[in-house]
Design a protein around this ligand. Sequence first.
Ligand SMILES: Nc1nc2c(ncn2[C@@H]2O[C@H](COP(=O)(O)OP(=O)(O)O)[C@@H](O)[C@H]2O)c(=O)[nH]1
Ligand SMILES: [Mg+2]
Length: 376
Amino acid sequence: MKDASQVTAPRVCFVIPTYNEAPNVSLLLARLASDYPGEETSFLIVDDESPDGTADRVREFAKRDSRVHLLEGKRRGLGAAYVRGISHALDSLGAEVVVQMDADFSHDPADAKKLLARLANGADAAIGSRYISGGAVDRDWSVGRRLLSRGGNYLARRIAGLVTVHDCTSGFKAISAASLREIDVKRIRVQGYAFQIALLHRLIESGARIVEEPIYFRDRERGQTKLGIRDLIEFFYSVWWMRVAGYKTFLKFSLVGLSGVLVNLGSFQLALGLGVHKFLASPIAIELSIISNFLLNNYWTFADRAMTGRGRIRGLKYNLVSLTTLALSYATFVLLSMLFPDAAPVVLQGCGIIPATICNYLLNSYWTFRAGEPES
Ligand SMILES: Nc1nc2c(ncn2[C@@H]2O[C@H](COP(=O)(O)OP(=O)(O)O)[C@@H](O)[C@H]2O)c(=O)[nH]1
Ligand SMILES: [Mg+2]
C-alpha cells in the first residue's frame, strides 16, 4: 500500500453555484478555506448576477485568498451555471477533480473529504448519497419536500433507468476531470435542476466507476430555496427523454446488427460467385461485417460518446470480442459444412451468425461497455 501522504494531491476545484446566497457564501468560503488549506485546492463560485450582492462577498474574500475564483453570468438556471463552472474549472483552473456542492451548508464541507478519498481509491465519481444506509435528509424537512425528493429520485431510477444509483438527484459529488472530459459536459442542454440526472446519465453511459457515500443533508438555515416550477417541468420531461433516448440507441444498434447480416451474407455470396473457396470466403465475409458494424456503431449509434481515455481500452476489448466472434462464427460454419455438406453454404454462413451474436452481446454488455457499478 502506498502511503497517502507520499502521493501528490490532485488539483481539486470546488464548483459552487450561487443565486442570492449572500448570507451563506462568506461563511462557506471561510469553512472551505480552513478545511482544505492546501494550495492545490481552489474554489469557484458561479454566480448569476444575484441581486443580493453575493458576488461582492466573493470578490471581498478573493482579495484575501487567491484560491477563490468568481465566474459571473446571466441567470439561466442551475444546470447552465454548472456547465459554465465545470468547463471553467477544467479549461482554466487546471482541475483534476471537480467537487460540486450547494452553497447553503446543506452539504457539509467536511464530507467532501470522504468523496475525495473514494476517488483516490479508484472511483471516477463519488456521490454524497442521502438514500443509502447511513445517509439521511434533515429531520425537519417537510413532508412535501421529502415527497418531491423521493419522487424525483424514483422517476430518475425507474423512468430514466438510472437504477444503479440510489440518490440520483444529489448535488454533492466529486468527479474526476478525465470522466468529465469523456462525457463532454458542454453538451448537456438542460438548464435547471435536471442537470444532476443528465450528468449522471452520461457518467453511467460512459462506463464511469460510480460509488456512493452516505451523507446527512441538512436543511438550509439562511436564505431560500431556488427550486422552481420550471425545474420540475424540465425534470419530468428529461426523465422521459432519457428513456426514449435509450430506445433510440437500442433501435439503432439493432439496425446496425441487421445491416451486418446483410454485409456478411452478401459479401459471402459475392465471393463465392467470384470463385473464392467457401472456407476462405466465410471468414472474409464475417470480418467485413464486423468492420461495418464497428464503423456504423461508432459513427452513428454511439456517435455522441467520445472515444478518449478509457475509450481506447474499450476499443481494445472490442477487438478481442470481435476476434472471438469471428472464431465462433467461422467454427460454426466449418462444423456445419462438415455435418451437412449438401446444404447451401449461404444458409450455413447465416447459421454461424447466431451463436456469434449471442456471445458478442454478452461479452460487450458485461465486459466492454459495462456500466459503472455503484456501491456504498
Ligand atoms: N448560479 C446559480 N445557482 C443556482 C441557481 N439555482 C440554484 N442555485 C444554487 O444551487 C444550490 C442549490 O439550490 P437550493 O435553492 O439550495 O436548492 P434546494 O437545496 O434543492 O432547495 C444553491 O447553492 C443555490 O444558490 C441558478 O439559477 N443559478
Ligand atoms: Mg439547498
